[in-house]
Structures are given as C-alpha cells and as structure tokens.
Design a protein around this ligand. Structure first.
Ligand SMILES: [Mg+2]
Length: 173
C-alpha cells in the first residue's frame, strides 16, 4: 500500500507545544483537558490569541517538537512492508520546511528524503491510506482516510479513527 502520513499532531506533538509555550509566556497552567475539542488559540483570552497563532512562525518551533508516542516504532514497522510517505503542509510557515526536514532526519532517519512530501494542498495525493488529524485533508482523499485523534478533533464524527499509534499498527500492520 501507499500510505501518506501527516506530521503535525500525528507524528509531532504540535498541540502540546502550543500549550507549553503559552504557559511559559503568560505564566498560566492551561491543560490539555481544558482545551479539549478546540484549537489551543481558541481557548485563551482574545488579546492573547494572536500570540498563540504566531507560535508556528517562531524560529525553532517545528524543530523542537516531541514525537508522538509509538510513532517511531510503528512507522518503522510500516515502512518495511508498505510504501510510506510523509505528507506535511510546509509552505504556510516559511521556517517550517527546513526544520521539518531536520526533525525527520533526527527522529525518523529511516524515511529518506525521496519519501517526504512537504507540500501545500493535500488533495493532489493519490494513494491507499492517508493518516491525518484534519478533516479538510481527509475529506478529499480518495483512498482510506484515517483520522488521527488530536484534542482539537475529538468532537468530529464521520471518519474512521485511530486514537494512537498502537491502533494504527492494529489496522495496517
Ligand atoms: Mg496535522
């Protein structure tokens, strides 16, 4: 199978990073639980929303993200028996392309550059499986769309879901 895998909130903990940076900057103690069902920026006071939205523009933001639990082990296994491509929107934030590339070199060196698609729209992707946390990416995919559960998408229905990488392993290995 040709499997496309999104990075942010599937392989990399972008959501957790937003909370961590916000708490540090404003000396708050925002938690995952209080943000559940929303974007992080949406749960903070109005005058701080722009600051959260701009996290992704900060140098180093994408480079320092933590890998999502079990993503490394399961992707390594998947790539032995399937064609695995990383498919990540990298053109929205100018600094993200290089940082994402370096991040993959560090954490997922077994996925070579030829299998990394740092792209704009994902509706051009043609393959068997797309694992992504955003409904707008999954909706247009003609293969099997797997919604990877993230705090922001817990209330969205209508997609086959995987709550974690162990579930991906059960479905695809
Ligand atoms: Mg994502």
């Amino acid at each position: 199978m040709v499997i496309f895998v999104d990075m942010d909130e599937v392989m990399a903990d972008t959501y957790g990073a937003h909370i961590e940076i916000y708490n540090k900057e404003f000396k708050e103690c925002l938690t995952l639980e209080t943000c559940m069902g929303h974007e992080v920026w949406h749960t903070v006071p109005k005058d701080r929303q722009l600051s959260v939205k701009n996290h992704a523009r900060n140098k180093g933001f994408f480079r320092g993200l933590k890998p999502i639990a079990d993503s490394k082990a399961v992707l390594r296994e998947l790539s032995l028996s399937h064609e695995v491509y990383i498919a990540s929107a990298a053109m929205q934030f100018p600094n993200s392309l290089e940082e994402k590339s370096e991040w993959l070199d560090e954490h997922f060196p077994f996925i070579p550059w030829q299998q990394r698609i740092l792209c704009g729209h994902k509706h051009i992707l043609k393959g068997d499986v797309l694992i992504d946390d955003r409904s707008y990416n999954l909706e247009s995919f003609e293969g099997r769309s797997l919604m990877f559960t993230s705090p922001h998408n817990v209330n969205i229905s209508g997609f086959e879901r995987a709550d974690n990488w162990q579930e991906i392993a059960e479905k695809l290995l």
